[in-house]
Design a protein around this ligand. Structure first.
Ligand code: DMJ
Length: 456
């Protein structure tokens, strides 16, 4: 089924928005996101590996030809360093590792080089926004006192380690190792990492902590950096398990109805709200269970299972059976969105991502059932003639479509669905880690170097 869904999403993108960033499936035209400046083709680059994995060979070939001929980084564009890294660098790297086609390696390294000026700050903590022509960077005007964002500068590590590996140029890995150094020098409130860090002073901005938006993938990348290093990156490992300990103590709570959730922390006060984005953490806890200190493996799996259940409830308690952007545990409600501007669903993957990890680690059939419920809801409410669209209010009985087919729907949501219903030996976790946009990157095995040496 996910293959049919991918075909529908891809064919319509191709018909109405080919070469542009995303598709507007209702108005049947292109959608340009300012996150990528005028770098074009986000959907193509994000979808490459999904096409490859689903063995959509013709489509993969057209996508590759578009990349060869049209993907151009010599443009005057102000881009989001984070978004371009996770979607474009990540997408190109995984397309290279899966297919072995040199063009993807070349483009990934070329783009990586374009991103390097973002690190030209007094601390080396990169800017959020960068003009890739002039090399001038700045931060989001809304971010606490000129701060950079934890989930943005903390979500470069996997891709940059691979860029050094593939280019032979150590500069990429040096830049991301320095980020860790800066973080490890700082005092952390209650052992937690605030979402904001000023790249000039090297001091935290507002003490807001989140495992959802603004924080999320920073934690994910600590764990995955350790896994991707074949478990040699002890620093990443320690930072991850220490952070999880602090998160459990200060952010994880149980509702009176027995649902475990992860709250947000604002200068010591809890906001009892969990974002759809936060739902990825179920999968993260399960993925990290094996390495957990003090015999806590079972506990981390259990935590993953509880988060999966809570996020499933957030879907089940809507009329469309699709989850809202954020749901609350206060004012007498549990796992329900109470504010109008938190009731939308934009084809996000996190809940299905967690089902996929839980399935792989437990083989409990409920995760496939839950994934299937999501497929039915997507088909019923999000599928339109011109592709797939987000929904403005999942509690309403009538669809109001937002008219955007997000590129992460093809890279993540459909890929995780496909994996949920595939055998475990498709992209096995011993050999692959997924970047935060679901682009698989190979584990760099300890003996890889030697192997090459031996072959020579
Ligand atoms: C994706 O770009 C990535 O998963 C990112 O980590 C968070 N936001 C979207 C999907 O919701």
């Amino acid at each position: 089924v996910s293959l049919q869904m991918m075909k529908h999403a891809w064919d319509n993108y191709k018909r109405y928005a080919w070469g542009l960033n995303e598709l507007k499936p209702i108005s049947k035209q292109g959608h340009s996101s300012n996150l990528f400046g005028n770098i074009q083709g986000a959907t193509i680059v994000d979808a490459l590996d999904t096409l490859y994995i689903m063995e959509m060979k013709e489509e993969f070939k057209e996508a590759k030809e578009w990349v060869e001929k049209n993907l151009d980084f010599n443009v005057n564009a102000e881009i989001s360093v984070f978004e371009v890294n996770i979607r474009f660098v990540g997408g190109l790297l995984s397309a290279y590792y899966l297919s072995g086609e040199e063009v993807f390696r070349k483009k990934a390294v070329e783009l990586g080089e374009k991103l390097l000026p973002a690190f030209n700050t007094p601390t080396g903590i990169p800017w959020a926004l960068l003009n890739i022509k002039s090399g001038i960077g700045r931060n989001w005007p809304w971010a606490s006192g000129g701060s950079s964002i934890l989930a943005e500068f903390g979500t470069l590590h996997l891709e940059f380690v691979h860029l050094s590996h593939l280019s032979g140029n150590p500069v990429f890995a040096e830049k991301v190792m320095n980020i860790r150094k800066v973080l490890n020098r700082l005092d952390k409130p209650e052992g937690l990492y605030p979402n904001y860090l000023n790249p000039s002073s090297g001091q935290w901005g507002q003490h807001h902590v989140s495992i959802g938006g603004l924080g999320d993938s920073f934690y994910e990348y600590l764990l995955k950096a350790w896994l991707m290093s074949d478990k040699t990156d002890e620093e990443g490992k320690k930072m991850y398990y220490d952070a999880v300990q602090a998160i459990e103590t200060h952010l994880i709570r149980k509702s009176s109805g027995g649902l475990t959730y992860i709250a947000e922390w604002k200068g010591g006060l809890l906001e009892h709200k969990m974002g759809h984005l936060t739902c990825f953490a179920g999968g993260m806890f399960a993925l990290g269970a094996d390495g957990a200190p003090n015999d806590k493996t079972g506990h981390h799996i259990e935590l993953g299972a509880e988060i999966a259940r809570t996020c499933h409830e957030s879907y089940d308690r809507t009329s469309m059976k699709l989850g809202p952007e954020a749901f609350r545990f206060d004012g007498g409600v549990e796992a329900i969105a109470t504010r109008q501007n938190e009731k939308y669903y934009i084809l996000r993957p996190e809940v299905i991502e967690t089902y996929m990890y839980m399935w792989r680690f437990t083989h409990d059939p409920k995760y496939r059932q839950w994934g299937w419920e999501a497929v039915e809801a997507l088909e019923k409410h999000c599928r339109v003639d011109g592709g797939y669209s987000g929904i403005r209010d999942v509690y309403n009985n009538h669809e109001s479509h937002d008219d955007v087919q997000q590129s992460f729907f093809l890279s993540e949501t459909l890929k995780y669905l496909y994996l949920l219903f595939s055998e475990d030996d498709l992209l096995p976790f011993e050999h692959w880690v997924f970047n935060t946009e679901a682009h698989p990157l190979p584990v760099l095995h300890k003996d890889d170097g030697n192997k090459e040496e031996n072959q020579k």
